[in-house]
Design a protein around this ligand. Structure first.
Ligand code: ADP
Ligand code: ADP
Ligand code: ZN
Lengths: 245, 245
């Protein structure tokens, strides 16, 4: 198909694609996508992150890019960078930031794929893709257009109902797309009281079955504060805390 | 329009409709919808709750109804009840619970509206409707079909980025539909350490501007546990805790 050929051409310099999935919204999928890309860059890899969440991702705000502009070179879009990480999002193209892009789902998915092919990614070891929540047709359409065959997938979960169902659906999703599911990142997994050190699980226990848990991220007020200030990249870089892994 | 007439006929015995909104998924919208309906019933009101979240709502599981069946009387569907609250959800009609209903958005919205008109609601003081997350075309289509003019709306938020944007969008949504926005329920607002009593805000501060905060619900491991066991109704009934308001 013509779309796949132009996507492949624009991703020619990208070695590995890592898609980040979640069963529902609000579990920290954007947080993990942005942190992973920054973490890879701090390890000396060339990384980029694509916000492909049609329901609106907070990646530009978490990384302090709400005022950033996308440059144009020839017919290509040149993404802004934070600590060496190229960041691309429909939000960066919108005139009025934060205003709802009131398009219907399929139109937005097409706009994200057009943006992806128009972007100059250059040479990257990793492209991290923040997919829409769920394992239905929205994330499927985008992951298929990416032609991410042979790529990787990471599932982000928070403790709560039906996590076992979510893990099973994510495994099916990864198989269908020929992706290797690296494992599960358990976010908001516990809270260590700063006053007395006691550890609690406010959202309950996490049951992921036999899946590999890549990391447990605690609920962390310092992390929440860094996100609010658009300083996630600084937090990941400087932090010795558990949350930064 | 013909759809509106049949919706109005099936809701003839319902005095007030309360729609529950959220900016994103995972903030506790289903939890608040189910708790509100149970709370109203405990106050002696006749209440019902409709799961209209096309991305899948956990209301049947939270209320322990995963094995419940919907009865048929004539050409009407008779919803199961928990503590006097009638509960209706596409999940209760699906053969294989928890399997993804892989329909596209617009098809699911139509299925929910058909289910709503086919249900025998009877005489109810309140019908609580758990809408899809966001303020875009999905919740708009369903809220318009409900003909909820003159009804009420409640916004559920959790601390985090862009909450001010979410509040502004919800106000616009309520105005467009001629709904009275009663206020904001702030969920996961704080955590009181069971070991030492210190209060923390793991997800950060909540900034809702001038909106009325109807209730602050803490992160509560007992609540999470009750939800996991399908015992939310029991928790709301027995609990003197802050979470139950
Ligand atoms: N471990 C954590 N500690 C504190 N706050 C968190 C944590 N994980 C997520 N958050 C907050 O929760 C909100 C949701 O995270 P986000 O990554 O946007 O979720 P998703 O992409 O799954 O919708 C963000 O505003 C963020 O501030
Ligand atoms: N205050 C709370 N304390 C503990 N767990 C909570 C709280 N609020 C929500 N949860 C958990 O978070 C998850 C998400 O809640 P849910 O109502 O399904 O969100 P939404 O409908 O907005 O997607 C549920 O699994 C529930 O167990
Ligand atoms: Zn403590």
């Amino acid at each position: 198909e013509r779309v796949q050929a132009s996507v492949r051409a624009s991703l020619a310099g990208v070695k590995h694609v890592v898609v980040v999935l979640s069963g529902k919204g609000g579990v920290g999928k954007s947080l993990v996508s942005a942190s992973l890309a920054v973490g890879l860059s701090l390890l000396g890899k060339r990384a980029a992150v694509l916000d492909a969440d049609i329901h609106g991702s907070s990646i530009p705000w978490m990384l302090g890019l709400e005022e950033a502009r996308v440059a144009v070179r020839g017919d290509k879009l040149v993404p802004p960078e934070v600590r060496g990480v190229a960041v691309m999002s429909l939000e960066l193209l919108a005139e009025d930031r934060g205003a709802p892009l009131v398009w219907r789902g399929p139109l937005k998915a097409k706009a994200i794929i057009d943006m992806l092919t128009a972007t100059e990614w250059g040479e990257r070891d990793y492209l991290v893709v923040d997919l829409p929540p769920g394992t239905g047709d929205e994330p499927l359409t985008i992951a298929q257009a990416l032609g991410a065959k042979g790529g990787y997938a990471i599932l982000v979960v928070a403790p709560g109902l039906l996590v076992k169902h979510v893990v099973a659906k994510a495994e099916r999703f990864a198989r269908e797309l020929n992706l290797k599911l690296l494992g599960v990142v358990a976010n908001m997994a516990y809270f260590r009281c700063p006053a007395c050190g006691a550890v609690h699980r406010p959202l309950g226990r996490l049951e992921v079955g036999e899946s590999r848990v890549l990391a447990e991220i605690p609920l962390d007020p310092e992390l929440a504060d860094a996100i609010d200030r658009g300083e996630l990249a600084g937090y990941v870089a400087s932090s010795t805390s558990e949350a930064a892994r």
